[in-house]
Design a protein around this ligand. Structure first.
Ligand code: SAH
Length: 391
């Protein structure tokens, strides 16, 4: 077996498994809405292209199904440039399969007031933090637009402006937006109102896009430094206060933080989670990121990313239990977490493991387990989701 400490998995952890950041660094200047970029933000945004590269590889080889993979990427393409080693493809599969399962569980669950979000009730809402080029909304809304009443994606302005452009110029996506808007009653019954259903409104210099059901918002979730000496720094919670205009705090809501809190200070992500717990009565959350970086394997992973200009100030959770407790500290009532290694052992159906096991030869089983042990999915919930929420 290849040594874990020199192996491909360490140089290229599977949430950001490409070493090709150069294209991103040369992709041209980008600016944050209402402020300048901070040092290192380009490298953080580059992790999104890495994540897409891994998804393209997993899609191409049949591990996961995503017709939109790569659509929002500035540089990633199908083909040999995106091809990842089997170990990375397996990790990408486990991460995607499990998050999809949790999102599906949330969208199809009943609430204690008897409403079923998918058809008869008031509907459900998903808010994706650091959404990058994620395609989940399009995959779900194309299959069943009635499942999601509101889907909000948040990222840096340079990310949202690129995605907004792609959305507004793509026919297939435009038709999904129309169907998604038509799935819920409108207060505007005029002909003009009917005609404009699902038509995106673009604002803030092209960095924001909105329809009745979908919104893409340019927000930096960290503390914002003062813009001039007479103002004070804005906390993550003060920044999020602006979100109230774009979300419905009265319907069951899921927040997804897939590989984003690790790039923020622990206090900033704690503030974000507690803001959601305080504003929404009925809320669930899912976090995916690395954990247990204090051992020798984790230290090498951290320093390899640091060398690429990607510090991980938020990756301070040493175990799945610690990930679960971040939800409880933030005001969620129930929480849990499992490493991808535990998920492979306890959650993934045997038939699915057999299916992906036949796709490629994987002879680095020990190395796979070591890597899977350093990534974790945590969840929390509060309010009336019947039967709780989690794996
Ligand atoms: N969630 C997506 C993308 C992960 S890459 C997925 O799992 O596929 C991390 C994303 O978080 C990038 O798009 C990056 O721009 C975004 N991000 C990092 N820090 C952020 C912050 N402070 N505010 C908003 N977005 C942030």
């Amino acid at each position: 077996m290849q040594s874990a400490f020199n192996g491909s998995s360490l140089r290229r952890p599977f949430h950001e498994a490409s070493s090709d950041l150069a294209s991103h660094f040369h992709a041209g200047p980008s600016s944050r809405h209402g402020g300048d970029d901070r040092d290192g933000d380009d490298a953080i945004r580059g992790t999104d292209d890495d994540a897409i590269g891994s998804k393209l590889s997993a899609v191409e080889l049949g591990y996961i199904d995503d017709p939109y993979a790569g659509l929002f990427s500035k540089s990633a393409r199908f083909g040999s440039a995106s091809r990842r080693p089997p170990l990375i493809n397996v990790g990408t599969h486990h991460r995607t399969w499990t998050l999809d399962k949790l999102v599906e569980e949330f969208l199809t669950s009943s609430t204690e007031d008897g409403t079923d979000g998918s058809k008869k009730g008031k509907g459900k809402q998903v808010i994706s933090l650091g959404a990058g080029s994620d395609t989940r909304f399009w995959r779900i809304a194309e299959r069943d637009p009635s499942l999601i009443k509101r889907y909000v994606e948040i990222d840096f302005p340079s990310m949202t402006s690129h995605k907004a452009r792609r959305i507004s110029t793509n026919r297939r996506l435009s038709s999904i937006l129309t169907k998604s808007a038509e799935a819920f009653p409108s207060s505007d019954a005029t002909e003009a109102g009917k005609d404009s259903r699902g038509k995106p409104k673009i604002s803030r210099g092209g960095t924001q896009l909105e329809t009745e059901t979908y919104a893409l918002l340019p927000i930096d979730l960290r503390v914002s430094p003062p813009t001039n000496p007479s103002t004070s720094a804005k906390s993550s919670q003060q920044t999020l206060d602006a979100l109230v205009d774009y979300v419905d705090t009265s319907i069951p809501t899921l927040i997804i933080a897939e590989c984003v809190f690790c790039y923020m200070a622990p206090q900033e992500s704690a503030d974000v989670l507690s803001w959601f717990a305080s504003k929404f009565d009925n809320i669930a959350g899912v976090v995916y990121e690395m954990c247990g970086l204090e051992d020798s394997f984790g230290k090498v992973m951290r320093s390899n990313l640091q060398i690429r200009g990607i510090p991980l100030p938020g990756a301070t959770f040493d175990s799945p239990a610690a990930q679960a407790s971040r939800f409880l500290s933030a005001g969620f009532a129930n929480a849990g977490a499992k490493s991808l290694k535990e998920i492979r052992k306890d959650v993934l159906p045997r038939t699915e493991l057999e299916r992906i096991g036949s796709l490629e030869l994987l002879d680095e089983v020990e190395e796979l387990e070591l890597v899977l042990d350093h990534y974790c999915i945590g969840w929390g919930s509060k309010g009336g989701l019947v039967g709780g929420f989690g794996l």
